[in-house]
Design a protein around this ligand. Structure first.
Ligand code: 5GP
Ligand code: MN
Length: 345
């Protein structure tokens, strides 16, 4: 039995908002990951089954490795067609924000969404959502936005709108956000949800292979190069990987090619904090992963204008790679002090 979690007044506000309109835009964060695209497409398909004119608009180009999720489902990429996407947003009657908690996360789509006067719905699992939504379905305790969409459909009485395609999208989102159910975010009920999804006849080995175990050759080589030549293990506990523009060019880098690289150093015994810095065109993208008590969302929020979850977070640094690395070593000092104090107490 899967417990109901969504606040009943928020749930009825959500259902009313949907019932009142026909045109709905669903958005997710830039550089969509499996959870962002999976949850958005799943909800879009559900709403279409309810005869809504729903469309997913993603801020920027989807990573090649995730296009398998979109097979047979139309969606719009804002950065590739800003005029058309802008018109859809201007003409919609309801905007839904999935897998992000503030409009800074949708890149150039931000102003379009902020200018819109239609009701806005948040469906997300990141901490501290902005107070700008008319309906806020925010559950940081839930493994993934995809799981939340499954629960929302169940609690709204829309289970009959879930089919194999919807179940596959949700399955991919849960799988990618929980490291295939390995992370601490996968509590017992996630397994219940996964088993319910399997009843729709999804092709689990295919989804696993595509979502978790398929990369382009250049990505495998870039990640191998990064681990071999650009990883430093600090004090036997922390790992830092940096990739600058020339490294990325050498390996023909495309969005998605460094996915999960930041997780890899955590497999080294005693390493519990991993940081990856990548020189993007307009900033240094900083990703962090941790195990145990170290909350990397706080570090990313404090030092890199970012956020995320306790054990998986990211942000941006505006400056040179060397400056970002210098800042990293200051943070190491601080983390070391905190670790030291903790051990003293
Ligand atoms: P990743 O390292 O995989 O890019 O991101 C890890 C986590 O941090 C994800 O939950 C993602 O939503 C969040 N995240 C990634 N980039 C940013 C950012 O620039 N700002 C904030 N607030 N969160 C981010
Ligand atoms: Mn997510």
């Amino acid at each position: 039995m899967i417990k109901r979690i969504i606040d009943s007044s928020e749930l009825s506000k959500f259902k009313n908002a949907v019932e009142r309109v026909s045109r709905i835009v669903i958005t997710c964060h830039k550089k969509a990951d499996g959870d962002a695209i999976g949850s958005s497409l799943a909800l879009c398909l559900i709403l279409r089954k309810l005869s809504k004119n729903a469309i997913v608009i993603i801020p920027d180009q989807l990573a090649d490795s995730l296009t398998f999720v979109t097979k047979g489902i139309d969606y719009v990429t804002f950065s590739r067609n800003e005029v058309m996407a802008g018109n859809i947003i201007r003409n919609t009657q309801l905007i839904m924000s999935l897998d992000y908690n503030c409009f800074d996360r949708v890149d150039r789509m931000k102003s379009c969404i902020e200018q819109s006067r239609v009701p806005k719905v948040l469906i997300d699992h990141h901490l501290n959502p902005d107070n700008v939504f008319d309906v806020t379905i925010s559950h940081p305790e839930i493994s993934s936005t995809s799981e939340l969409v499954y629960r929302l459909a169940t609690e709204a009485g829309w289970l009959n709108c879930i089919d194999k395609q919807v179940a596959s999208c949700i399955f991919v989102g849960i799988m990618t956000d929980t490291g295939n159910l390995a992370f601490s975010s996968s509590y017992p009920e996630v397994y219940h949800v996964m088993s319910k999804l399997m009843e729709y006849g999804i092709d689990k080995p295919y989804l696993y292979k595509m979502a978790m175990d398929t990369v382009p050759l250049n990505s495998l080589l870039l990640q191998s190069y990064a681990l071999l030549n650009k990883m430093k293990i600090v004090d036997d506990k922390y790992a830092l990987i940096t990739l600058d523009k020339s490294d990325l060019e050498k390996y023909d880098y495309k969005t998605g090619d460094t996915e999960r690289l930041v997780n890899k150093p955590l497999s080294v015994k005693n390493v519990f904090w991993s940081t990856f810095m990548r020189e993007d065109p307009n900033c240094i993208k900083v990703s962090m992963r941790s195990e145990g008590t170290l909350a990397v969302d706080k570090l990313c929020a404090r030092y890199f204008n970012g956020g995320g979850h306790k054990h998986a977070a990211a942000g941006e640094f505006y400056g040179t790679m060397q400056e970002a690395v210098d800042l990293y070593y200051k943070i190491v000092e601080q983390v070391n002090n905190e670790e030291h104090n903790k051990n003293e107490n």
